[in-house]
Structure formats: C-alpha cells, structure tokens
Design a protein around this ligand. Structure first.
Ligand code: NAD
Ligand code: WQD
Length: 341
C-alpha cells in the first residue's frame, strides 16, 4: 500500500509519515524543502526503523509532478500537506500563496486523474470558519469570507477538489485542523519555524529557551473567561493518526460521499493564559510575557465539535494540554542540544 505524502518532511507531514509506517504503509515523500530539513528523513527512520523515500522537487512544476506520477503508478492515495501556511505573509505576498497552494493542488489532481490514483486527503483548516456564529463549530457551520489569502487558498482548494470529484473517479477527504501543537514523544521530529514564529506555542518555547526575549500576549480585553482568545489546541500525533484512518477509509471504500469533510479538534478550548500556565507547570519555570494590543485578524474564540469525526472515523484526540505543551518543550530542548553538539 504505497501512499504519496506531499510536504512529508514538514511538521504535520513528518508525524503522519511515522504513523503511516507504523501501520505498515509504504511512504514516498515529495517535498521541495522550502520549509523543512532533509535531516527529518533520518529522524523518521530512527523512530520507525524504515527510511521513507524522498523526492525533492516543487509541486508547482507541472511536468515534474506528471513525471513523478507516471513513475509511481502503484500509488493507492495521496495525502497533500505541501503548502505555505503563514497567515501574515500571505497578506503581504498573496500571489506567492495563490501560486504555491493552488497550482500544486491542480497539478496533483491532474496527475491523479491521468494515472488512476483515486484518493486524496487534503489539509484544510478551521480558518475556513472565521469567527463562528455558534460554538462548538461543526462541519455544517457556514464558511465565512476568508480573512487572509492563506485562508482563501484553503476555501478555494476545497472547492477545486469538490469540482474535480464531480467529474472524475477521484474521492477526497478534507480534514479541517484546529490548532496543531506539540511534537513526537521521541523529540526527533517537531515544528521547525523559520525565523520568528507566528504561532503561540513555538513562541513560548523559544522565549523560555532564550531565543526570544519576551512573549507578547496579543490582548486581554476579549469577552472570554480571562480576556484572552480561546483555541482548540490538538496534539500533532493525534492529528497524524486521523490521516491514517482517513486513508484507510478511502482505500477500503468506507466513504459515504465522494467528498467528506471532518473537523480535527479536541472539542475543548483553552485561553492563551491557560496555555502559558500549562507551560509554566510542565517546564517548572516562569515565562517572561507581557500583555500588548490585540493582533489584527484574530478571532475571539473557536473550538471544534468533533462528534462527526469521533463517530464516523472512530477517531478521538487523546492527549491533553499539559502533554501537548510538554512534548513541544522537550522538542525545543532537543533542538538546543543539537545546536550545541
Ligand atoms: P510545514 O511548512 O511544516 O510543512 C509543509 C511542507 O510542504 C514543508 O516541508 C514545505 O517544504 C513543503 N512544501 C511547501 N510548498 C511546496 C511545494 N510547492 N512543493 C513541494 N513541497 C512544498 O507546515 P505544516 O504545519 O506541516 O502544515 C501542513 C499543512 O497543514 C499545510 O497545508 C497547512 O496549510 C495545513 N495546516 C496547518 C496548520 C498549522 O497550524 N500548522 C493548521 C491548519 C492547516
Ligand atoms: C493562538 C493564540 C494569538 C502568538 C493560526 C492560523 C490558522 C491555523 C492555525 C493554519 C491567538 C495568541 C500568538 C503570540 C499571542 N493555521 N498569540 N502571542 O491564530 O489561532 O491560528 O494557526 O491553517 O489559520 O491563523 O494560532 O498560534 O498564531 O495564535 O498572544 O506571539 O495565541 O493572539 O489568540 P491562530 P496562533
């Protein structure tokens, strides 16, 4: 059972490669290493004992993508992670995001059609819901106008997949992730933010380890229990496991519709200050932070209704906030040790 994992040396992709290999799938990764390191392949093989194949090229290259699919005509499915994901950068460079995230998807779907590869799992995002009208957010919640070109690429991608499915034998599962955090318990793979992290947890761990001076908490005057925004943080390994279940569901014809959409969240929301408290508890150190103005574009609160995923996929996020934050911290410390080696 051979699966293509695009973006498989990236954060969520690498954890998914591990879980696929643990379940006996053969994995081939395509990644252009624009936001990841080739060393991740060594670390994946340290965890699983199996070295995944890696081809380094850009999926926006139509000919290279077509050639890859021709050479790999025994693929049972594709998990498509490869994309740019920095919300703020997408506002500044929209065309960079539309080209990378949309052209790569079009190339992949075209090559799937030409080579009778029928199954695609797509990385979507809770960002498609914007500021939700009702909480928790189910898959039926309306899609709001995207707040950023990045968010728009996720909405358009779901539509591109839907339109393709209507006129072909391709089946798709779009997984809408809430806020993925944490790292593999081995601390051999994790998130590798390039430059200054945008996301909360990498900023916390980089501050604690001394790379950043101070965490800025973006606003404490929101209408929430402690004034800071609430999110549904989900451990990356729980997320990775859902991809294996989705692939299995497609290959074994268990889908109920040609395009299915699932929320991947825990169903619990935590505030920024609660995440900081959890970090201080598991790391046994105080974090240097200060409250500053709100960040433009932040939603007040969003957490998932994971009932449909729980029932239909037989999947449930298992790891709690402290474990998520501890694995992120252990990964940060492991990175420091590597730099000092
Ligand atoms: P990541 O940047 O760690 O991984 C993406 C990988 O894709 C990187 O290794 C990068 O080198 C590669 N890549 C990018 N463009 C490529 C191209 N044109 N050709 C080949 N390789 C390319 O990101 P991640 O956090 O692992 O995210 C994976 C997916 O999940 C993305 O689609 C992202 O939008 C989506 N997502 C992420 C989050 C999050 O908070 N991390 C939340 C919701 C959705
Ligand atoms: C979480 C909370 C910040 C950094 C983003 C994308 C979303 C999805 C997940 C891809 C917010 C606060 C953060 C900091 C802070 N990605 N914060 N100080 O914004 O919920 O979602 O990642 O699809 O599309 O928008 O995640 O981790 O950036 O922020 O106070 O230095 O932490 O204001 O309340 P977000 P985040």
């Amino acid at each position: 059972m051979k699966i293509l994992v695009t973006g498989g040396t990236g954060y969520i992709g690498s954890h998914t490669v591990v879980e696929l290999q643990n379940k006996g799938f053969e994995v081939v990764i395509v990644d252009n290493l624009s936001n990841s390191s080739i060393k991740i392949v060594d670390n994946i093989s340290k965890i699983t004992g199996i070295r995944p194949l890696l081809e380094v090229f850009d999926l926006t290259d139509r000919e290279k993508t077509a050639d890859f699919f021709k050479r790999n005509n025994d693929l049972k499915g594709v998990i498509h992670f490869a994309a740019f994901k920095a919300v703020g950068e997408s506002v500044e460079y929209p065309l960079k995001y539309y080209r990378n995230n949309l052209v790569s998807l079009v190339n992949i779907l075209e090559s799937m059609g030409n080579n009778e590869v029928q199954n695609i799992v797509f990385s979507s995002s809770c960002t498609v819901y914007g500021e939700p009208d009702e909480l928790p957010v189910s898959e039926q919640a309306p899609i709001k106008k995207a707040e950023s070109p990045y968010g728009n690429t996720k909405q358009i991608s779901e539509e591109i997949i839907g339109d393709t499915i209507n006129t072909s034998d391709i089946h798709g599962i779009a997984l809408r992730y809430f806020n993925p955090i944490g790292a593999h318990e081995s601390a051999l793979i994790g998130e590798l933010p390039l430059g200054i992290p945008n996301n909360l947890v990498p900023f916390i761990t980089q501050t604690a380890i001394g790379i950043r001076e101070q965490l800025k908490v973006f606003g404490n005057d929101y209408p929430t229990r402690d004034g800071t925004p609430i999110r549904d943080y989900i451990h990356v390994v729980d997320l990775a496991k859902a991809h294996v279940i989705a692939v299995d569901r497609m290959i074994n014809n268990k889908m109920k519709k040609a395009l299915e959409v699932f929320n991947l969240g825990t169903g619990k929301g935590y505030s920024v200050l609660e995440v900081i408290k959890s970090f201080e508890k598991v790391s046994r150190q105080k974090l240097n932070y200060k409250i500053v103005d709100r960040r433009a574009g932040d939603v007040i609160e969003v957490w998932a209704d994971p009932t449909f995923s729980n029932h239909e996929l037989g999947w449930k996020a298992e790891k709690g906030l402290d474990e998520m934050v501890l694995t992120a911290w252990n990964w940060e410390k492991a990175l420091l040790n590597k730099i000092n080696e």
